[in-house]
Design a protein around this ligand. Structure first.
Ligand code: GDP
Ligand code: MG
Length: 293
């Protein structure tokens, strides 16, 4: 069997059950950025992996009715972030009716020329008879099959998954199966920091620095606290990275922080520590934690 994979976005008006569906599928609450450079405006919400494929759920910025110019701008941004996405899942609410927000989203995604799967959620709230009636109504609206599900009770999710895979192209397993998304996030931060070290110290720290993000915490004021250790093999390298009066480490921190803030779209506090660890490349445990196998 061919391996299929792709990037999927779940769209629908507020409270329709987008988060419930994605969280139930993957069993973990997450919200992270994408290491794929062309999708920096999107963030990976969750990854679903099975034997024959992988679905990467992408979170697009909030889609809502435009009330003013700023909203309109935001909306355009949201839809432009559909670039790079293989499939759209449009969720409708089976316990209510087609509303003007549904119509607006529908018009936009139709415009995008992407493949769309239509889903009617919350069917646990209605009778069988009602289900059939509403499914028919929604089908008439969108002109295509509408899959009834209950994200809350995991009803008909298998059908939905099969439908998703039928649309996805043949593709690689983008992420290791056992890589929890929190690790991906840390990996991306570490890479950004490493890049800055490399760029700012040039060849003075030859292959020398390994970066390990030890802690990522979203704080109450919604900014991020990130603590990372920079491992070098020699004491002299530590000196180079810290620089005179800590000038270099401050610069590395400042530049890495700016990029992370850009990705996360929020303020970040970056706490960097430099440690000497001889032959860190031989330290199995460290290598594993950094994502090297
Ligand atoms: P989102 O705004 O689209 O992400 O919606 P959420 O996933 O946050 O869900 C909004 C509310 O609807 C929550 O209270 C969920 O528990 C509820 N909900 C989601 N899916 C279902 C479902 O299949 N059945 C029922 N009865 N409630 C659901
Ligand atoms: Mg949500």
């Amino acid at each position: 069997m061919t391996y299929k994979s792709g990037f999927v976005t779940v769209i629908g008006r507020p409270n329709v059950g987008k988060s419930t569906l994605v969280n139930n599928l993957v069993g973990e609450k997450i919200n992270i950025i994408s290491p794929r450079p062309q999708t920096t405006r999107n963030s990976i919400k969750a990854i679903y992996t099975e034997e024959n494929g992988q679905i990467i759920f992408i979170d697009t910025p909030g889609i809502h009715q435009a009330r003013n110019k700023l909203d309109k701008y935001m909306l355009e941004e949201a839809y432009s972030s559909l670039e790079g996405i293989d499939l759209i899942i449009f969720i409708l609410d089976g316990s209510t009716y087609w509303g003007k927000n549904d119509q607006m989203i529908y018009d936009q995604i139709k415009n995008s020329k992407k493949d769309i799967i239509y889903v009617m959620n919350k069917i646990d709230k209605i009778s069988n008879k009602e289900l059939q009636k509403r499914q028919k109504k929604y089908t008439q609206k969108v002109g295509e099959e509408v899959i009834p599900i209950s994200a809350l009770n995991n009803k008909n999710i298998d059908t939905l998954l099969a439908e998703i895979f039928s649309y996805l192209p043949e593709g690689p397993q983008y992420y290791p199966e056992d890589m929890i998304t929190d690790q991906i996030e840390r990996f991306v931060f570490a890479e950004l920091i490493r890049e800055k070290i490399f760029y700012l110290t040039r060849e003075e720290v030859p292959y020398g620095a390994a970066v390990l993000v030890e802690e990522v915490k979203e704080r109450e004021n919604e900014d991020y606290y990130i603590r990372a250790n920079i491992y070098v093999e020699k004491k002299s390298h530590k000196g180079i990275i810290i620089g005179k009066n800590g000038k270099m480490i401050k610069k590395i921190g400042r530049e890495a922080r700016k990029e992370i803030e850009d990705l996360m779209q929020t303020k970040v506090y970056l706490d960097l520590w430099v440690k000497v660890l001889k032959n860190w490349r031989d330290k199995d445990n460290l290598m594993k934690r950094m994502g090297y196998k």
